[in-house]
Design a protein around this ligand. Structure first.
Ligand code: XLS
Ligand code: NI
Ligand code: NI
Length: 439
């Protein structure tokens, strides 16, 4: 296999003073932070779709980036060239995981049997590259949104025939994930939502989606796969309202349908902000439910109302994200998948590498700063003190649930008037974060 990214070698760690664009300034894979190497905390993954397939094409114009990698686009030769490019790219960056949709790997044929034959062919090719490099699969998924048959949704649509195709794709994508020794499987509800309630039976559709997930779990477990299933919440786009709106909604859905033992969340930063939350918020909601599974690492533009999937560069965001992740005990099956793409005018091979270097350094710095925040202890200490009143007396009886409404009312009547509660001290806490980040 000949080199595709000529002139770009293995990306070295050179430290924060380096001016070499093709070097890491903060990501030092083997450096021990909070008891383990950076790479074990961060578990970076490459998204096949953005990095190897997307060319920058948008509603207003053609792609700008050439992702042919020396082969004719739309052929099996191209599928193999993409795999070669992907493994060379990951090896040069020291990325140990990848994520894929079925149809990222091969051009989809008109007949699903032919698509599946193509998938078998590429799977053998990818397995070989995995053996040579040791690179693993973080998670797989099926694309149940691009093909026109999914115009009304996949599990949530109005056609049992289409539902069967969704099931067939999931079955195959699960088989591929197992073949690649994948640790997870994602359900991102591509078009599982609605444009108008005038034509939609929400409860009926949710039940059908739940059945599709239940059958998928049953199939995978019967095959002996004990990886983790994830829901990736998103509030809108492509549909006006996506059912998996945010972490709280998705967790409620999983509990309602008894799927919460097999599923966790895959939280994408840009999706959280589209839902009107911070990235940290959706991580916190997932973590407190024991469901922080994996992360799609990217960043949105708060001035725009859509999923821009930019490489993460806000160290405030990566710090608070890593703070939540560290405090929840870190990743087990999951990791940080760069569901991110270069901006359209950044179309060169160097830009591909520089996007990942930006994202990996932003998260490495976030990890270092989050670890410092935890060791510093002022944030956590403030939180402990803030609720101190609930550790004794009537406060304790409130939290252990033994105080009745009458008891509580009697307490108020005895006091006549409560003391003012302690200050929230937001500005002080923000200054602590700044001191750790820039001090
Ligand atoms: C799209 C999603 C998608 C999932 C995988 O907005 O982020 O890329 O991560 O289907
Ligand atoms: Ni995503
Ligand atoms: Ni996205």
């Amino acid at each position: 296999m000949s080199e595709i990214f000529k002139g770009i070698g293995r990306i070295p760690f050179e430290g924060s003073k380096s001016r070499n664009p093709l070097s890491f300034k903060y990501y030092d894979a083997e450096r021990i932070v909070a008891g383990k190497p950076m790479k074990a905390h961060l578990k970076f993954a490459m998204a096949w779709w953005h990095n190897l397939s997307a060319t920058g094409q948008d509603m207003f114009g053609a792609g700008t980036a050439d992702k042919s990698f020396g082969a004719a686009v739309g052929t099996m030769d191209h599928a193999k060239a993409k795999a070669d490019a992907g493994f060379e790219f990951m090896s040069k960056l020291g990325i140990e995981y990848f994520c894929f949709h079925d149809v990222d790997l091969v051009p989809e044929a008109a007949d699903i049997n032919e698509t599946n034959a193509r998938l078998d062919e590429i799977a053998a090719y990818i397995e070989e590259l995995q053996k040579q490099t040791g690179i693993k699969c973080l998670w797989g998924t099926a694309n149940l949104f691009s093909n026109p048959r999914y115009m009304n949704g996949a599990g949530s649509g109005n056609s049992p025939e289409v539902y069967c195709f969704a099931a067939a794709q999931i079955k195959k994508a699960l088989d591929l994930t197992r073949r690649f020794d994948g640790a997870g499987y994602v359900f991102w509800g591509g078009r599982e939502g609605y444009e108008t309630l005038l034509n939609t039976d929400v409860k009926f559709e949710l039940g059908n989606i739940a059945n599709l997930m239940r059958q998928s779990v049953k199939y995978a477990r019967a095959k002996g796969w004990n990886g983790c299933f994830y829901i990736e919440p998103k509030p809108k786009e492509p549909t006006k309202h996506q059912y998996d709106y945010d972490a709280a909604t998705s967790i409620g859905f999983l509990k309602e349908y008894g799927l919460d033992k097999d599923f966790k969340m895959n939280i994408e930063a840009n999706h959280a902000t589209l839902a009107g939350h911070t990235f940290q918020h959706d991580l916190r909601i997932s973590a407190m439910n024991g469901m922080l599974g994996s992360v799609d690492a990217n960043q949105g533009d708060l001035l725009l109302g859509w999923d821009t999937d930019e490489f993460p560069w806000s160290v405030y965001e990566t710090t608070m994200a890593m703070y939540e992740i560290l405090k929840s005990g870190g990743f087990t099956t999951g990791g940080l998948n760069f569901d991110a793409k270069n901006r359209r005018p950044s179309y060169t091979h160097e830009d591909m590498f520089e996007g990942f270097i930006l994202g990996m350094d932003a998260f490495a710095l976030g990890l270092l700063k989050a670890d410092e925040l935890i060791r510093d202890g002022r944030l956590e200490g403030f939180l402990q003190d803030r609720y101190a009143g609930y550790r004794e007396g009537i406060g304790k009886r409130i939290t252990d649930g033994t105080a009745t409404l009458e008891d509580l009312a009697r307490e108020a009547e005895k006091l006549g008037k409560p003391a003012l509660p302690g200050s929230g001290k937001q500005e002080y806490l923000q200054s602590v974060v700044n001191q750790i980040l820039f001090g």
